[in-house]
Design a protein around this ligand. Structure first.
Ligand code: NAD
Length: 364
């Protein structure tokens, strides 16, 4: 259905997003043709490196005389100033030029970190994303947000920096652990709520058997979800308006992630719970959205229960302290109906309390 997606980020800049299966040759062909340099930087996630690194390195070597390989240890802790520094040391000491491309192969952690390195080293070198998690394919590799965490909070250091291209190779998904699939599924469900409810049926088909294979069959859904992000980002590249819609469920989710100290709840689990709360709040404000589209996927989520023992007032007060909140007024993405999002600043604390009480009843 889609041969290739194009994201136009300004009058003169655009890049494509290609989804396929086993497309390493195509990626390397694109790099060899597009960048007439003898050197390339390959930044790769540690786990991905174990299975796929050698093949990618050897094939890159056929087109580039020098392949500077940097392995990013798996996990959120790599989105740090020290990893950033280490990458800069490796890259700068290898003697790069402004046109040396950086190929980022990995999930959102590798993509965000390598993206920020590409944005800042020599004031910007060409970046090409090869996302390897479902979440990175449908979300983090698209839209140009790059960055690292600071001891005072997540994603506090970064830049908007668009890649030259994104290649999503579904072959990577064949080794993806189940909990990482589920992380990506939450963002796909979100796309169903904020844009295209036909996603729910397709997702139900693909998850029916409990496992998610064959990865090849996810092509259409990955493209469809990526297209929704492309559609939204193209209208709001720097997140001053409709890009907020992508935060559906996330304001609630951030609270859960925080009380679970970023370990008890994965981002995807927290977003899933957050979407229940956001649907509830939308209905309280006049919508009439059934919960079947959430319920149908509940068996995929094994949500940690203890967090729901937290006092509701405390949960609400944590929401008011979210970094995106101004003057303690919580801004929610809500739905008028399926596929029709809007944002609203909530001054009615009772609505937030009852939304949390509702999810406590469902998950507690
Ligand atoms: N830039 C954005 O717009 C944006 C959007 C959403 C999330 N993010 C960021 O993305 C990050 C989360 O990304 P993620 O969920 O991809 O996590 P991740 O990059 O940490 O990857 C998850 C795990 O899967 C492993 N892995 C990756 N690909 C694999 C594969 N093909 N086979 C086996 N294992 C594999 C990794 O080693 C890691 O252990 C967070 O830091 C978040 O802040 C950024």
């Amino acid at each position: 259905m889609f041969s290739q997606l194009t994201l136009k980020t300004s009058y003169s800049d655009e890049y494509f997003i290609k989804v396929g299966y086993d497309i390493r040759n195509e990626v390397i062909g694109f790099l060899a043709q597009g960048f007439s340099t003898s050197k390339i930087i390959m930044v790769i996630d540690g786990n991905v490196d174990n299975t796929f690194g050698e093949d990618w390195f050897n094939d890159l070597k056929k087109s580039f005389k020098h392949v500077v390989k940097c392995v990013v240890p798996s996990g959120e802790k790599s989105k740090s100033l020290s990893s950033y520094n280490q990458l800069l040391d490796n890259i700068l000491s290898s003697g790069i030029e402004r046109k040396t491309p950086l190929l980022a192969i990995g999930g959102g952690v590798t993509g965000d970190l390598a993206g920020y390195v590409a944005a800042s080293v020599l004031r910007g070198i060409p970046l090409i994303h090869v996302p390897t998690t479902l979440l990175a394919m449908v979300d983090s590799s698209i839209g140009g947000k790059t960055g690292i965490n600071h001891s005072t909070g997540k994603n506090l250091i970064g830049a908007f920096y668009q890649p030259k291209a994104v290649f999503s190779d579904l072959k990577f998904l064949e080794t993806l652990p189940e909990k990482e699939w589920v992380n990506g599924i939450s963002e796909i469900l979100k796309c169903g709520f904020i844009n295209d409810p036909s996603i729910f049926e397709e997702l139900k088909e693909l998850t029916r058997e409990g496992d998610f294979s064959p990865a090849k069959e996810w092509k259409h859904l990955v493209e469809k979800s990526a297209a929704i992000k492309v559609h939204i980002v193209a209208r709001d590249v720097k997140e001053s308006g409709i890009r907020e819609f992508l935060n559906f469920g996330h304001t609630f989710a951030h609270v859960l992630e925080r009380i679970g100290e970023y370990t008890d709840y994965s981002h995807g689990e927290a977003v899933y719970v957050g979407m229940w709360a956001a649907v509830f709040a939308s209905n309280k404000l006049g919508a009439d959205i059934g919960i079947a589209n959430l319920k149908d996927f509940k068996s995929l989520y094994d949500v940690y229960k203890d967090g729901f023992q937290t006092n509701t007032d405390e949960l609400v007060s944590l929401m008011q302290k979210d970094k995106k909140v101004q003057n303690e007024k919580v801004r929610l993405v809500l739905l008028k109906s399926l596929g029709q999002p809007y944002t609203r600043t909530i001054s009615d604390k009772q609505l937030l309390n009852s939304s949390w009480d509702y999810v406590k009843e469902i998950f507690g």
